[in-house]
Design a protein around this ligand. Structure first.
Ligand SMILES: *Cc1c(COP(=O)(O)O)cnc(C)c1O
Length: 405
């Protein structure tokens, strides 16, 4: 056995969350799945829950299920995500829409609610494309000005960079908690404080942190947040996003897509729009019930083990990758391009090599599934609940073999 796999075996033996991996459906032919930060694996429980939904809730209860459970589902599930993953008290989180649309709704609401003379949206050039595109669209629509922060791509946005651009004209600051490329964990508490000092609102994108890095939104007085449920939360392809609006802003902020499902009395079907109470007003159309099935099971598993334990395993997996690269792959020219400090690194590690594109293609052929990132990165998603150290070890051993040929 190689030194790499011997170490993985030790780490797996000492892992208190090792049992969680058996809760997932086996993936035939997959040697190592390292893309759980793009599409999380399905739980066995989800396969059963989908079956139950089709046969019972939908197939038998039919339209009665709307009244019996589905009307409340976006709010009930939102509260559960908030409690298990966001440090959010009930009544501030709702599930629905894609991340892109939810982001539009909250960012647009924040821009419209900004005081006189506040017409700038602060964002960073390394954020996920959809975030940048949505902000560009809102700027074109409202006349707001975009103020770009340019972080070091191997790191991320720092408090200093944000301070440099905040001012009397700042309306809202849009940032990712964990950078999708580098895995940099932004200093959410400090940046939130600085934005508030400047009199603006902050909107945190939690796509790459929810379910793996705690965010404690209430404790840090975050204003707004959005996040994906199909990455670390394992909701399945196209599972809807969640939106968080701090209770103190809910009366004042108006989201732009006023639909009947966000109305105070949807079934009265009356003449004008009247927003529903609290987070109901942030719903637009019919909630995507089928897409919410898997989220519930993942959140349940996180509730059982606790988010801190999930975070601890993500950290350990990341450290194992970094140590293995240093000891076995650095001599072949592989570099770690994610933060080395545990507290600054989220749930994935990106490594770089000039031959990354070719290596990635070969790995996929052999059932090892990370993803390639331009120009020369291999992103290793380390979903803590579904990934073993042995799995990561096998992937790194393959990389070492490919580079030794
Ligand atoms: C994955 C991701 C998205 C995805 O948006 P969709 O509308 O769900 O396709 C958006 N923002 C960030 C930061 C992401 O990581």
């Amino acid at each position: 056995m190689s030194a790499l796999s011997a170490r993985a075996r030790e780490l797996d033996a000492a892992d208190p969350l090792a049992w969680c991996r058996d809760e997932y459906l086996p993936a035939e032919g997959v040697v190592a799945y390292l893309d759980g930060n793009s599409l999380g694996r399905p739980l066995r429980a989800t396969a059963e829950r989908i079956e139950r939904l089709v046969h019972h809730d939908w197939g038998t209860r039919l339209i009665r299920s709307w009244e019996e459970q589905w009307m409340e589902l976006p709010l009930r599930l939102g509260d559960r995500i908030g409690g298990a993953c966001l440090g959010a008290a009930p009544g501030q989180t709702v599930v629905g829409d894609s991340t892109t649309v939810m982001l539009y709704k909250l960012l647009r609401a924040a821009v419209s609610a900004a005081g006189p003379g506040r017409d700038e949206i602060v964002l960073d050039s390394e954020n996920f494309p959809t975030d940048r595109y949505v902000a560009e669209g809102i700027a074109a629509e409202t006349g707001a000005r975009l103020v770009w922060v340019e972080p070091d791509p191997a790191k991320g946005v720092t408090p200093d960079l944000v301070t440099g651009v905040l001012g009397e004209r700042t309306a809202v600051v849009l940032l990712s908690h964990v950078a999708y490329k580098s895995a940099w964990v932004a200093e959410l508490p400090e940046i939130t404080r600085l934005v508030h000092e400047a009199g603006a609102l902050v909107l945190w994108d939690l796509c790459h942190s929810v379910g793996v890095v705690p965010s404690e939104l209430d404790a840090h007085e975050v204003d707004l947040a959005v996040g994906c449920t199909y990455k670390f939360l394992g909701g399945g392809p196209g599972a809807p996003a969640f939106g968080y609006v701090a209770a103190r802003h809910q009366e004042r902020l108006r989201q732009p897509i006023q639909g009947w499902m966000g109305h105070a009395e949807p079934f009265v079907m009356g003449p004008g729009y009247r927003p529903g109470p609290g987070m109901r007003a942030f719903i637009s159309g019919t909630p995507p019930v089928l897409g919410m099935v898997g989220i519930e099971d993942s959140v349940e598993l996180i509730e059982r083990v606790g988010l801190d334990a999930v975070r601890a395993k993500a950290t350990a997996l990341g450290r194992y990758v970094i140590e293995s690269v240093d000891e076995h792959l650095a001599r072949h020219g592989v570099r770690v391009v994610s933060p080395r400090e545990d507290e600054r690194r989220g749930g994935h590690v990106t490594i770089a090599h000039p031959r990354s594109r070719e290596i990635c293609a070969r790995l996929w052929e052999e059932g090892v599934v990370p993803d390639f990132r331009e120009p020369d990165g291999i992103r290793l998603g380390l979903s803590p609940l579904s990934t073993s150290f042995a799995e990561v070890g096998r992937a790194l051993t393959q990389v070492e073999e490919l580079l030794s040929r």
